[in-house]
Design a protein around this ligand. Structure first.
Ligand SMILES: Nc1ncnc2c1ncn2[C@@H]1O[C@H](COP(=O)(O)OP(=O)(O)OP(=O)(O)O)[C@@H](O)[C@H]1O
Ligand SMILES: [Mg+2]
Length: 254
């Protein structure tokens, strides 16, 4: 008996070899692609090329999905969904340049400062997603989660190893800095993290507090100034003083 002109035995062998080599995508499509290739008189090379392309695409897709899970974004927000006309103070061209990720290669930071609902988290996540699509490792934390992790690591004697790990990833996103104040002790841990990544790895920070009020966040003007100095040196600060997008979504009473 034949299947597309080949014996079942041959097909079984092919399936076994593809499985052994973990070429799962090819295994799913090679019979159908062979039929298409025969119908369209595709050359052997082009048939092989099609199979390999599909396998590579599936590998990239799995790697992107894995990185998306590891990044722990609270929601998926795409740059394509951001309405720049609603927030005209934001330099759209610069955001698009940043989304092409040159800032990562240069180890520069991005700071989104502004009132609630102006799109800080949305922009931070969407640039993070662009970085993942370029196969970079990204981690998203709220400032509160991050400082709690650092404090727990310190108590259990793992601070240096956690700082090393956070120092190595390609892009660290710290969201909502300023909604909760840090104790002097946690502010120092935060400072250690910022120093670790300084001029080595990029950070995106979002905050509702203008820089003049960062002393309040860290309960210490000196530590706040040291943190700000390092974050701002080689950075792209965006001060977004527009309307909340959440207000736009509230239906007006008649
Ligand atoms: N310009 C915009 N275009 C499309 N959606 C937007 C825009 N700005 C904000 N949004 C959406 O509005 C909601 C609030 O935005 P976001 O969470 O980014 O605000 P935020 O500045 O981080 O506010 P907060 O300080 O309260 O955390 C989100 O669902 C976001 O996707
Ligand atoms: Mg936010």
């Amino acid at each position: 008996m034949t299947l597309s002109g080949h014996s079942i035995m041959e097909t079984n062998h092919i399936d076994t070899y593809l499985k052994t080599l973990s070429l799962h995508r090819i295994s799913q499509i090679y019979l159908q692609e062979a039929e298409n290739a025969a119908n369209t008189k595709l050359s052997y090379q082009d048939y092989l090329l099609r199979l390999l392309e599909q396998q590579v695409l599936s590998k990239i897709e799995r790697s992107v999905n894995r990185k998306m899970q590891l990044a722990a974004f609270p929601q998926v927000k795409k740059l394509e969904e951001f309405d720049f006309s609603y927030q005209p103070k934001i330099n759209e061209q610069l955001i698009r340049e940043l989304a092409s990720l040159t800032f990562l290669a240069e180890g520069k930071n991005i700071l989104f400062i502004g009132a609630p609902g102006v799109g800080k988290t949305h922009l931070a996540i969407s640039i993070g997603i662009k970085a993942i699509q370029a196969r970079k490792r990204v981690l998203f934390f709220t400032a509160d989660q991050l400082t709690q992790n650092l404090a727990t690591a310190e108590v259990s004697g793992r601070l240096n190893s956690v700082l090393d790990q956070l120092g190595r990833i390609d892009l660290l996103i710290i969201d909502e800095l300023g909604y909760l104040s840090l104790s002097k002790q946690t502010a120092k841990l935060f400072f250690q993290l910022i120093s670790k990544r300084y001029e080595r790895g990029s950070i995106i920070v979002t905050s509702n507090k203008p820089f003049e009020q960062w002393g309040e966040i860290f309960s210490d003007d000196v530590v706040a100034a040291a943190i700000l100095d390092r974050l701002l040196h080689h950075s792209y600060p965006f001060l977004i003083n527009g309307k909340s997008y959440r207000m736009k979504q509230i239906t007006k009473p008649i």
